[in-house]
Every structure is written in structure tokens, then in C-alpha cells.
Design a protein around this ligand. Structure first.
Ligand SMILES: Nc1nc2c(ncn2[C@@H]2O[C@H](COP(=O)(O)OP(=O)(O)OP(=O)(O)O)[C@@H](O)[C@H]2O)c(=O)[nH]1
Ligand SMILES: [Mg+2]
Length: 562
């Protein structure tokens, strides 16, 4: 049995599952049923300590009213040979118990002090054509905790009764009462038990009784019946009056609550059985298509990146320039100025360039860096989307089927080809921007490192050392180097600096090339996420899988806590 705290935990988990209002269309009616079930669980849990409500249920004429009369020792319910007889529930209850307002309006009430722990209800039949009788009985069956199911050789397997009790098979206690027993009556009990068992009902106990004889005995009525044996009737009375102790009642009610939870979980389980393979299949399909889609575009991406080899060099150079020191900084600045002058000159020679630039700068404030990224990505996007357009349409068709099978709302995910280009472009730009920014800063920091630059200054230092080594001793010894020596030394110094700068520049160039290749590789590796046309579908699947996870967790918890 679940202790109270665990039961509360299970109810909390159930509520979370039942609160689902997402796009898993097929689950919504189940969630609604769960909400109804939770309400009932809470209601029943709050009444664990109150009286046990026992309903006497069975087909017309099996002797239900005779049985309640026999137990009460009074004719509180009308009995007759005419079928059907009882037309509304008759409630036999201990004084002090307050019947629900529903009971008050629709039922006949008899307060007797003979009962202590239980409320006994005689119900109308379940199997005549009078619809009202059936619905009265259904209502009582919904309310009660224990069912005294009555039957005899003439009537015990009828579908009319069965269809009512099958609904509550897990969440009510059952006691079988075989009625109208005489010494000649062959027992139906074995067959009855077998039948109940096949429907998942394990009765608490069973009795074979002759209630009419018991009633006649209690009322002192002499009948024509020569036999007096009431069979198990005294045992049945003992069960109702003695064995249904407070603890036993609590046990029956708790078992009912468990049964209710079990039934709710069975319902969700069946639904999972139906839909989970479809949800998983959809996920596998999307994963497979993602891989297939990106497998063919390796060449396009490498070419688009290769086209921009100069761009990466430029960007890296611009990033490094302000970080440099000494003569390299001066040279880099001169080169920048020179490039600036060249650009201005080219605009003067070709004035339409100025207009074009003005137009484009009016349209959008983009840096050179952003402009280049946009160019690379848009080149890739246009080529790839023109190639995969048809394939996306076919995939869309398959996905519509998959949604249907998984019972997910069809219009929950948009068309995969609709915003494909825009999404692809945006995520491509975001990816490249972030990566490039990161690489540029890192490479620039590394290449402008003080000691590395100093290393490139070594030839210049050698020339300088040689220069002073020749000049200084001469100065002290009284011989001076000629003008030629000074000129040659300066020329060699300038050449050594220029060559060092050129070599350094080559290193920068190679680093930029390396960076470009790395970026192209990473772009390719992440292409399935960047160009992912299934984002919305993946969100949907995750949402559904989260719900499946909650349901499975609950099942495991419930099983482990019991
Ligand atoms: N011989 C005999 N007759 C019985 C016994 N129990 C009930 N009867 C008779 O069977 C008939 C039907 O009994 P009821 O108690 O009215 O049956 P019921 O199940 O309440 O029928 P509905 O109210 O129509 O659902 C009556 O005439 C009873 O006298 C019994 O143990 N032995
Ligand atoms: Mg009756």
C-alpha cells in the first residue's frame, strides 16, 4: 500500500502529466480523462476514513432487494415477482451519516442503527429496458467503495451488468453473492470466479445465500418452503458487521485508489504503445535526413570559402595591425595609408563606385567583416537551397504522414521549405560571425605577441650590432667609417627590416589560409545544425518525448513505491 506522502507524490506527477496542453493532439483526450481521474482520486483519498459505501448490484430479480431486507431485518425495499421492481436506489445507513445532496434527491433513505461502519445501497436492476434504472445504478457504482455482486443460476454472466462493472473492475472491491440457494441448487461459483478473473477481477470473498429464508426468519414469517437452510447468510452478516473493521475499510478504499491510478496508467500506457514507436520513428527519420542532406554539399562549401581567401588575410591583417609594436607597427600603418590612398584614387578614376557605396551604406550599416560573412553564407545558401528544394518537398510529404501516425497536430510545424533559405542564412551568418570573431582575435593575439615580433626583429638587431661594432671601436681608436659604410649599412638595415616584415606578412597570410580552411571544415561539420530545416519538428518531438518521459517516470515510481 502506498503511504500518504507517496500517494501525494504520485498525484503531483499525474497532475503534471494531465496538465499537458501542447500539440500532441492524441494525448489531449487522455489528459482530460486523467484530470477527471485525479479529481476522483483526491475525493476518494479525502474519504479514506469515512464509512464504506457498499452497493448491491445485479440483474433484475436476482434478489437484491430481498438481500438488503434480510440484512436490515425489515422490508425497507419493495420486492416483487414482477420485473423490474426497484426503480431507485434504497440507502440503508447508520444515523449520523450525512448523505450527499445527490443521494437525498434521488434515493430512498433509511437510517437504522444496526449498521456501524457501512452504508448499504440496493440498486435498481442493470438489465431491463428501463434506461433510468441503469443510469441510477451506474451513478451508485461510481460512488461506492465495495460492490456486492448478486447473481444466480439464471443470471450471472449477463453483459448488461458486466458492462457496468467492467468499467470499475480495478477500482472497486468485489464480493460475490450467489442468491436463492437451495439444497438442489448447483453452484455457479467456480464458473463465475473464472469469468471474473478473466476480466481482471479478484473478489475479496464470496457467499452462497438464501436471503428470503433469512428475511422470513427475522420477520417471523412462516412460508411454504420446507427447507430452512440460509447457507452462507450468517457468514455474510458476519462479514458486513464484524470483518469490515476500520482497518479493513481503509485497506479496501486505498486499494480502490490504487486501482484507479493503475487504470489511468494503463490508459496512458496503451496510448504510448500506439504512438511512441511513431514518435521515435519520426526522430530517426529526421536524423537520417539531416545527415543525408548535408552529405552532398562538401564541395560547394569549400569552393565558397576558397573564393574568399583574400578576405581572411585582410581581416587578420586588420586585426593584427593595432597590436603590433615598433617598426612593424609603423610599416603596417604606412601600408594601410597607402592602401587607403589607392582606394580613394580608384574611386576618383571610377566615380560610380562612390555612388554604389553610398547606396549600399544607406541600406545597411555593415562592416567589411559582416559584409564578407554575408557574401560567403549567401553564396552557400543559394546554391544549396536550389539543389535540395525538391528533396525537401518529398521529405515534407513523409513528415505529414509521420505526424499523423504519432497523433501530433498536423499544423503544429510549418512547411520545412517555407523559411528554409532565411533560416539557413541567419544561422549560417550567426555561426560564422561567432567562429570568425573568435579565431581572428585568437590568431591576432598570437601573431602580435611581443616576443614573436621581436624574433622577426633579430636580423635588424644583427645589422645594428654589426654597425655599432664597426663604428664604436673606430671612434675610440681614431679611425672613422666612411660615408659609404653608413649608406650601405642603412640600405642593409632597411632591406633586413623589409624582408623581415615580408616574411612576417607571409606568416600572417598562411595563418589566414589555415583559418579559412578550419572555418570551412567547421562550417561543414556543423552544417546539419546550421541548415537544419527540421528545427520546429525537433521542438515538437522533444515536447512529446518529454511527456513520454514523465509518463514512464510515473509508471516506474508507482511500481517502485507500491
Ligand atoms: N425462493 C427464493 N426467492 C427469492 C429469494 N430471494 C429473492 N426471491 C424472490 O425473487 C423475486 C425478486 O426478488 P427481488 O429482491 O425483488 O429482486 P431484485 O433483484 O431486487 O429485482 P429488481 O428490483 O427488479 O432489480 C421476489 O419475488 C423474491 O421474493 C430466495 O432466496 N429464494
Ligand atoms: Mg429490487
Amino acid at each position: 500500500m502506498l503511504p500518504k506522502a507517496n500517494l501525494e507524490r504520485i498525484i503531483h506527477q499525474l497532475k503534471e502529466i494531465a496538465d499537458y496542453k501542447g500539440d500532441w493532439e492524441g494525448f489531449l483526450p487522455i489528459a482530460e480523462k486523467l484530470r477527471g481521474g485525479i479529481k476522483e482520486i483526491e475525493e476518494r483519498s479525502s474519504k479514506i476514513e469515512s464509512l464504506l459505501i457498499v452497493a448491491i448490484v445485479g440483474g433484475s430479480g436476482v434478489g437484491k432487494s430481498t438481500l438488503i431486507n434480510a440484512i436490515a431485518g425489515d422490508k425497507i425495499a419493495k420486492t416483487s415477482e414482477m420485473r423490474p421492481c426497484t426503480n431507485r436506489p434504497i440507502i440503508y445507513y447508520p444515523p449520523g451519516w450525512e448523505p450527499d445532496s445527490e443521494f437525498k434527491g434521488e434515493c430512498e433513505l433509511h437510517a437504522r442503527s444496526a449498521l456501524d461502519n457501512i452504508v448499504l445501497i440496493d440498486t435498481p436492476d442493470t438489465d431491463t429496458v428501463v434506461k433510468e434504472h441503469r443510469s441510477f445504478t451506474k451513478k451508485i457504482v461510481e460512488k461506492c467503495d465495495l460492490i456486492l455482486l448478486c447473481g444466480n443460476g439464471d443470471k450471472y454472466l449477463e453483459e448488461a451488468t458486466w458492462s457496468i462493472i467492467r468499467e470499475v473492475s480495478k477500482e472497486r472491491g468485489f464480493v460475490l453473492v450467489e442468491t436463492k440457494i437451495t439444497s438442489q441448487t448447483p453452484s455457479i461459483m467456480d464458473d463465475w470466479l473464472k469469468r471474473l478473473k478473466s476480466d481482471g477481477i479478484e473478489p475479496l470473498t464470496y457467499f452462497r445465500v438464501n436471503a428470503l429464508r433469512a428475511l422470513n426468519r427475522k420477520l417471523g414469517i412462516k412460508s411454504e418452503d420446507t427447507e430452512t437452510d440460509e447457507f452462507d447468510f450468517p457468514k455474510l452478516e458476519n462479514f458486513l458487521y464484524q470483518q469490515l473493521t476500520d482497518a479493513k475499510i481503509r485497506q479496501i478504499k486505498t486499494a480502490n485508489v490504487h486501482g484507479l491510478i493503475e487504470k489511468m496508467m494503463e490508459r496512458t500506457d496503451n496510448f504510448l504503445h500506439e504512438t511512441e514507436p511513431a514518435v521515435n520513428g519520426m526522430k530517426e527519420f529526421i536524423d537520417k535526413k539531416k545527415v543525408e542532406l548535408v552529405a552532398q554539399y562538401d564541395r560547394i562549401i569549400r569552393t565558397e570559402f576558397a573564393k574568399e581567401s583574400g578576405t581572411f588575410y585582410h581581416l587578420l591583417k586588420d586585426e593584427i595591425a593595432p597590436e603590433l609594436h615598433g617598426i612593424f607597427l609603423l610599416l603596417a600603418q604606412i601600408r594601410n595609408r597607402f592602401a587607403g590612398i589607392l582606394r580613394t584614387l580608384s574611386k576618383v578614376v571610377r566615380p560610380w563606385k562612390i555612388i554604389k557605396e553610398m547606396v549600399s551604406s544607406n541600406q545597411e550599416e555593415t562592416t567589411y567583416f559582416e559584409k564578407k560573412i554575408n557574401e560567403i553564407v549567401s553564396g552557400i545558401v543559394t546554391q544549396i537551397s536550389s539543389k535540395c528544394h525538391r528533396e525537401l518537398e518529398n521529405i515534407q510529404y513523409d513528415l505529414a504522414f509521420a505526424l499523423d501516425k504519432a497523433q501530433i497536430r498536423k499544423d503544429a510545424a510549418p512547411s520545412i521549405s517555407e523559411n528554409f533559405m532565411v533560416n539557413f542564412f541567419n544561422s549560417g551568418v550567426d555561426f560564422l560571425k561567432e567562429k570568425m570573431d573568435h579565431y581572428l582575435v585568437r590568431k591576432a593575439k598570437c601573431l602580435s605577441n611581443y616576443f614573436l615580433v621581436e624574433l622577426f626583429y633579430v636580423p635588424m638587431y644583427i645589422v645594428l650590432v654589426y654597425f655599432f661594432w664597426r663604428i664604436i671601436p673606430g671612434y675610440f681608436l681614431g679611425y672613422y667609417q666612411g660615408k659609404d659604410f653608413l649608406i650601405h649599412s642603412c640600405v642593409v638595415l632597411i632591406i633586413s627590416v623589409l624582408v623581415s616584415f615580408w616574411v612576417y606578412d607571409k606568416v600572417v597570410y598562411l595563418s589566414a589560409r589555415n583559418m579559412r580552411k578550419k572555418l570551412a571544415k567547421q562550417f561543414l561539420e556543423n552544417l546539419s545544425d546550421i541548415m537544419n530545416p527540421f528545427v520546429e519538428y525537433e521542438k515538437l518531438i522533444n515536447e512529446v518525448r518529454e511527456q513520454i518521459r514523465k509518463i514512464k517516470n510515473l509508471k516506474n515510481d508507482f511500481e517502485s513505491l507500491r
